[in-house]
Design a protein around this ligand. Structure first.
Ligand code: ADP
Ligand code: ASP
Ligand code: MG
Length: 461
């Protein structure tokens, strides 16, 4: 492990305007006071990835002129962070050139009448390529050595477009060739998050919110001694502060806890981030770009005497798939077939339960996958199924929690006391979380009740 190297990742809001970019740059310079080598990973300006996806999809039937204009305006405004007029003008010209290229691609989509995941990955990559261009120029204009790095030249992935998986060995080789020498010369590499390329050079992306994953990948391949995820909240909170205003900062989490929270919907960190950090045991710090809060430190370590709930996660836009049939839950073969089909259809199955009568099996999937689930079930002759939409999964997370008696009972009572019905329950096999699926309309009341029950007094602190 390199003793004095850190990777800082800034999310969409942190680079969302010239003002915010200025704050992000201040944090980079501050980190340089403590670390010899700082590598930076950036997201696209907030909202831009959505606009690009919209542009790509709507290009099938129209020229998305207005969308392109919105994208252009966001980047022009961000350029105000470049203090040198000449460098600023040059950057604006380059933005125009890139966007002209994008427009050509969108025209291509219109004429071909098809937009594939592969072309969408190419289209969304413009977001990170533009944000990194602006921040690199802003640092250069202030007299720092900085270089924009397109992660497509470094991060090697499979060809699973829009949700690619990384080949760490191949990526490490490239990072050693292209990034390590820059760090040694005191250059700040400004790297595009979210992006990679397949072995044959086609651009891929790592899934929505994937810049966090990029940061952990670079932490791993650069042997950094810490990875900082800089975002718009103070760190991982006891629950999403947008839902429960009394939410407070959790100073420490284990990898398992953070992974469970991320997997069950805490958007503050992308689920694959932790997996990558665990390869070399690199601590992840989640911190606020806009405050001096110490943030949340995520490591392997766990206090042995902790038996508590640390945080609540909420996963929205989910659906329950219920398959009925006599003895279905007893037949390992049928269950295997069902889940094999789901895997082949790339369905993200998040929670599974089996009815006590053995006559049904239920699982939770993202609502976005429901169309494909129906297609698979009809194709495979599982006709007796039922789909419940508008589901939210609420989870309590804490390593060691499962060894304290009565936690599950308190969790379900807190919900039942509010007369909220639960549609499915499960305890994560890792025993780090207990999960309940409820109607999305009940989510706010349920989450507040669970927070009152377990987290009104700061647990584990
Ligand atoms: P970024 O653009 O920096 O990647 P995200 O929007 O992806 O930021 O993630 C930060 C957001 O995650 C917060 O603004 C907050 O609304 C949401 N969030 C959900 N659960 C939590 C939680 N437990 N703690 C903190 N933030 C959370
Ligand atoms: N820009 C990408 C997204 O919006 C990646 C990220 O922000 O992490 O999903
Ligand atoms: Mg994010």
């Amino acid at each position: 492990m390199h003793e004095n190297r850190v990777v800082l990742k800034f999310g969409g809001t942190s680079v969302g305007s010239s003002e915010n970019m200025g704050k992000a740059i201040d944090k980079v310079l501050k980190a340089r006071e403590h670390y010899d080598e700082v590598a930076v990973v950036l997201s696209a300006i907030s909202g831009v990835t959505n606009l690009l996806l919209y542009a790509g999809r709507s290009a099938l039937y129209k020229r998305p002129k207005d969308t392109l204009l919105q994208i252009k305006e966001k980047h022009y405004e961000a350029c105000d962070i470049i203090p040198d007029t000449k460098l600023k003008m040059q950057t604006i010209i380059e933005i125009d050139e890139r966007l002209a290229e994008l427009e050509k691609i969108l025209t291509g989509v219109f004429y071909v009448g098809e937009v594939t995941p592969r072309s969408l990955d190419y289209i969304v990559s413009f977001g990170e390529r533009l944000s990194t261009l602006i921040v690199t120029r802003a640092l250069k204009a202030r007299g720092y050595k900085a270089e924009q790095i397109d992660a497509a030249e470094i991060v090697v992935t499979d060809s699973h477009f829009m949700n690619a998986t990384v080949d760490f060995e191949a990526t490490e080789k490239r990072a050693e060739e292209k990034i390590v020498p820059l760090l040694g010369q005191g250059v700040i590499p400004i790297i595009t998050g979210f992006i990679g390329a397949s072995k044959n050079g086609q651009r891929t992306t790592l899934g929505r919110g994937g810049s966090d994953y990029s940061a952990a990948i670079f932490g791993d391949v650069l042997d950094a001694n810490e990875v900082w995820i800089m975002t718009d909240v103070d760190g991982v909170m006891s629950v999403d502060p947008n839902i429960v205003p009394e939410a407070y900062l959790i100073p420490e989490l284990t990898y398992m806890e953070a992974m469970e929270l991320a997997y069950f919907g805490a958007k503050v960190i992308h689920p694959k981030t932790i997996e990558a950090a665990m390869r070399k045991n690199i601590p992840i710090l989640i911190k606020n770009t806009f405050s001096t809060s110490a943030g949340t430190r995520v490591t392997l370590k766990r206090e042995e005497d902790e038996f508590c709930v640390k945080s609540i996660s909420i996963l929205k836009d989910a659906s329950i798939v219920e398959i009925r049939g006599y003895g279905i839950g007893m037949s390992a073969r049928v269950l295997k077939e069902i889940f094999q089909n789901m895997e082949e259809g790339q369905i993200n199955v998040m929670m599974v339960t089996q009815g006590s009568s053995q006559a049904n099996v239920s699982f939770v999937v993202p609502t976005d996958d429901v169309k494909n689930v129906k297609r698979i079930l009809l194709r495979e002759y599982y006709e007796r199924f039922n789909i419940i939409d508008n589901i939210a999964v609420v989870s309590i997370v804490g390593e060691g929690m499962s060894r304290k008696a009565g936690m599950a009972a308190r969790f379900f009572n807190a919900i039942a006391d509010k007369h909220i019905n639960n549609d499915m329950i499960s305890q994560g096999s890792s025993e780090v979380s207990i999960n309940v699926a409820i109607r999305e309309a009940d989510m706010k009341v349920a989450v507040q009740a669970i927070h009152d029950e377990f987290l009104s007094v700061k647990a584990c602190q």
